[in-house]
Unconditional design. Structure first.
Lengths: 257, 373
């Protein structure tokens, strides 16, 4: 048995032990997300336009992460709509930023790994860079949208007559509670992967000016900064979607509102 | 903090925000005009002409691409030749893996600036990107402070302090030639957790409880994973596929994994502990068992989304090189092994940490709060 299979089994058993049925569906969502991510890569390799693949895979991953993580429909549908809007905004923003920063493909630090490879593959790495950045932010957006949306569902259940401006205020208050730890999650998630590169930079005495203009460093930093922006706009967006959706509920038996 | 104090905070700090906005503009303007602070020559592209016809390239894997030549006139922005015109030539392709298509207005770094008669010429070594980076960083800071107020300021402080600690730890690691990397980064993990939680939660019993739970959860995950590693003899983990390695890969990878999962475990622990404190406040006589079950309930609904957050961050980074492997005639399995296996292991180890933290944190909170006094 390979280590990956063993670790996967350990994770599955733990998730079922801790989370029961919900744990199992969360594990399944992880597997499905992996499948779709890999599939997206294969599609791009077959010259399907990367932007199209990005949007379709993005929507699928958001749906899987949100709907398989929670059962309450008011929470999930609101979170899903909000994260779709945020994703649409981010795709436009990311396309602009990637064209400006030109951080697609590989840097000179990758030269060793690329030896013997044919890198002119006829697929725009700039478009692939957009795909990568969009996909890497989706988890954070889905998580933030879920947190705000489930918090607001709770608020609505306890105070069904709360006004819309108050509801948005509550959403922002929940956002303030999660923002510190969410930023830390993203920061450590990204800096964990950064460690080897940082040791490289420091070991070879790169100057600040060199680092600030380095293709790989800038690419990674943009990824973190854009996921921060994604989370920041998800908070008010989810609260706003909740004010729109508070009265028409997806399931009939909740009509007592 | 309540909504009211936050509104007041924003009102009181309006001038601070205006100042911040202006400071941001100044910073961005500075990066657009900071050429004199660079030792490397920089030039601004003023004219681009296409030269000759596109060349079709193809390889043994039937990848077809096109290459184009550009003749570029640029004006030197720093150094002894400042203000003079310089002739550059450039080649770019459709896919642009390591080459760039330059346009008028781009700023580029040069090397080997030389004089042919009256004309300067040079080679392009890279594109100037500091303006993009500073602009986006400023946008984040501004959005953060405007929408999140004081909480945003603390979040920002904690990220900045952590970045500083991170740089210090890298320095320390280099001083030791990477010998004690696990030791250094284990201690750093503990300091990180302490500082971040102190800044986000403030000095309180709640913070201490979250901190202990985070540290135990993170290291328990590493312990379990190391056990699995030794049972399976690390079959299927290709440390040689790790990128940018300048030190022994295995401890480096473990340190990366430890750091990567820390944030998520901290996130989850603070959510659970916050709920338990809330419950205790509403019902002071609550039993440890009830607290444990509530903690588990909160935990099991956040663990899935959190694991997905890290999974997508880790895996998206392997996307570009995987694509290259596929297009170079490698099988799907080999592409996975060489590019994605380490990212997958990292996701799984972090996932185990996130799941293990749920019962640990719940039990910890229950013992701490559930005592009858």
């Amino acid at each position: 048995m390979t280590t990956i299979t063993a670790l996967g089994l350990v994770l599955m058993v733990l998730m079922i032990l801790v989370g029961g049925r919900q744990g199992w569906s969360a594990f399944l969502s992880l597997l499905l997300n992996f499948g779709f991510l890999y599939f997206a890569m294969v599609l791009i390799a077959f010259h399907v336009p990367p932007l199209f693949v990005t949007v379709v895979t993005g929507i699928t991953i958001l749906a899987i992460t949100i709907f398989m993580g929670e059962d309450d429909l008011r929470t999930t549908v609101t979170a899903f709509y909000a994260s779709l809007i945020v994703m649409a905004l981010l795709v436009v923003f990311i396309i602009l930023v990637e064209h400006w920063a030109m951080v697609q493909g590989f840097g000179t630090e990758d030269s060793d790994d690329l030896e013997g490879m044919s890198i002119l593959i006829g697929i725009s790495y700039l478009k692939v860079a957009v795909t990568v950045t969009v996909l890497s932010t989706l988890g954070a957006i889905a998580e933030a949208a879920m947190a705000i949306s489930s918090g607001l569902t709770e608020v609505l259940e306890n105070h069904p007559d709360i006004s819309n401006p108050r509801l948005i205020k509550s959403g922002m208050a929940i956002g303030r509670q999660i923002i510190g730890t969410t930023f830390n999650t993203l920061f450590f998630g990204a800096f964990g992967g950064f460690l080897a590169l940082f040791i490289w930079f420091a070991g070879l005495h790169y100057s600040l000016g060199t680092i600030m203009n380095n293709k790989i460093f800038v690419a990674e930093m943009l990824e973190i900064l854009i996921s921060f922006i994604g989370v920041l706009i998800t908070v008010p967006m989810t609260a706003w979607v909740m004010t729109r959706r508070r009265n028409h509920l997806a399931d009939g038996h909740d009509q007592h509102e | 903090m309540s909504k009211l104090t936050n509104a007041a905070w924003l009102r009181n700090k309006r001038w601070l925000l205006v100042g911040l906005f202006l400071l941001g503009l100044v910073c961005v303007a500075f990066t657009m005009n900071n050429q004199r602070f660079y030792r490397r020559p920089i030039a601004r592209v003023v004219k681009v002409t296409a030269v000759g016809h596109p060349r079709r390239t193809s390889d043994q894997f039937k990848n077809v691409d096109h290459q184009y030549d550009q003749r570029i006139v640029a004006v030197m922005e720093n150094g002894a030749h400042r203000g003079q015109r310089v002739l550059l030539s450039n080649t770019y392709s459709d896919s642009r893996p390591m080459d760039q298509r330059y346009r008028v207005g781009n700023q580029v770094f040069l090397s080997q600036v030389r004089r042919h008669g009256r004309q300067l010429s040079a080679n392009i070594t890279g594109y100037k990107r500091d303006t993009v980076l500073v602009t986006l960083a400023w946008l984040v800071v501004f959005l953060l402070l405007v929408t999140m107020g004081k909480a945003g300021a603390w979040a920002l402080t904690s990220v900045l302090v952590n970045a500083l600690l991170f740089v210090l730890a890298v320095e320390l690691d280099l001083r030791n030639n990477g010998e004690h990397i696990m030791g250094i980064f284990s201690i750093l993990t503990i300091i990180f957790a302490f500082v971040s939680l102190l800044l986000v939660l403030g000095p309180s019993k709640k913070m201490l409880a979250t901190f202990s739970a985070t540290v135990i959860g993170t290291f328990a995950a590493l312990g379990v994973s190391l056990l699995v590693f030794s049972w399976t003899h690390q079959r299927g983990i290709y440390y040689e596929s790790m990128q940018y390695v300048t030190q022994v890969p295995r401890p480096l990878f473990l340190a990366e994994t430890l750091l990567g999962s820390l944030g998520a475990v901290m996130d989850e622990s603070s959510d659970i502990i916050a709920t338990l404190f809330e419950l205790k406040q509403l019902e002071p006589a609550v039993s440890p068992r009830r607290l444990f079950m509530s903690g588990r309930n909160v935990g099991k609904s956040i663990m899935g989304p959190l694991i997905n957050v890290l999974f997508l961050i880790f895996m998206a980074d392997t996307f570009t090189s995987s694509l290259l492997y596929i297009k170079n005639g490698n099988s799907w399995g080999y592409t996975f092994a060489m590019n994605m296996s380490l990212g997958t292991v990292q996701s799984l180890v972090s996932g185990i940490g996130i799941v293990l933290a749920v019962p640990l944190v719940s039990a910890f909170g229950a013992l701490l709060l559930g005592r009858r006094s």
